[in-house]
Design a protein around this ligand. Structure first.
Ligand code: NAP
Length: 235
């Protein structure tokens, strides 16, 4: 496994939810962090064990992707890992929901990560063992329920992006993993009640899974990690 000590990781949406849990876990493991958020002041770095800088990142604004990557490289001199975590969900299906909200999900859940990885790839190549974790969803693998078409479409595209990164970066030692959870206990699904026998995954579990994926050696590429919170057939 790769030793995380001194490696530099960027995390999007690091101010709350899964992103904040990932930031704490990677900091405890010894990573130096560059944390992105729409409002960088909303990131609380006081509980982090190691060095962390913050930067504005707006998924819809390509300029903030390159600015954040440049600021990270200027500060640390390298980028070893990119965690593409930020995302949004709105209910939208064939006969319900607005096209504007579908467009927003496409922009944030697919175009945002695309913009980030485009900007970061040269630094990840230079790092030698660059790692990318894309926090996707089981909704990037299967259609869950009425109302989930817009979210799923953006997450299916995000899955394709993860596989494209694997192929693009392979010869340079870059490895990419899509982490695909079911329900995770964050603000995003706080309105969802789980029936008996179904659960919400703790954000910490996804953070630990992320740390594991980032530490895998070049010789053990894991393309997808599916994390179920309820019993369903998976392929
Ligand atoms: N929670 C679940 O059940 C679940 C399950 C599977 C996958 N996921 C995925 O896990 C990831 C993290 O979700 P979460 O559960 O931690 O949700 P969350 O608590 O709602 O946090 C979402 C994060 O994304 C950021 N974000 C939203 N729109 C953005 C934009 N336009 N530009 C930049 N950042 C933006 C938010 O920033 P602000 O604070 O500024 O809004 C926040 O940091 C998402 O990609 C989500 O799709 C979640």
């Amino acid at each position: 496994m790769l030793d995380p000590k001194g490696r530099v990781a960027m995390i999007s949406g690091a101010n709350r939810g899964i992103g904040l849990a990932i930031a704490k876990t990677l900091s405890d493991a010894g990573y130096k962090l560059s944390l992105g958020a729409r409002k960088p002041d909303s990131i609380d770095t006081s509980a982090l064990a190691g060095e962390a800088i913050t930067h504005e990142w707006q998924a819809q604004d390509a300029g903030t992707s390159s600015q954040w990557v440049e600021a990270t490289r200027a500060h640390y001199g390298r980028i070893d890992a990119l965690v593409m975590n930020a995302g949004v969900i709105f209910p939208a299906d064939i006969e319900t929901g607005s096209e504007d909200e579908m467009d927003t999900m496409w922009e944030v859940n697919f175009k945002g990560p695309l913009r980030l990885v485009r900007a970061a790839l040269p630094a990840l190549r230079d790092a030698g063992h660059g790692r990318v974790v894309n926090v996707v969803s089981l909704s990037g693998i299967r259609l869950m329920s009425e109302g989930s078409l817009g979210y799923s479409a953006s997450k299916f595209a995000s899955m394709a992006l993860t596989h494209a990164i694997r192929q693009n970066g392979w010869d340079a030692g870059i490895r990419a993993t899509a982490i695909c959870p079911g329900l995770v206990d964050t603000d995003m699904v706080s309105h969802v009640q789980t029936p008996d026998g179904e659960f919400k995954i703790e954000a910490q579990t996804i953070a630990d899974t992320t740390a594991y994926a980032l530490a895998l050696p070049d010789s053990a590429s894991v393309a997808e990690i599916k994390v179920n919170s309820r019993l369903e057939a998976m392929f």
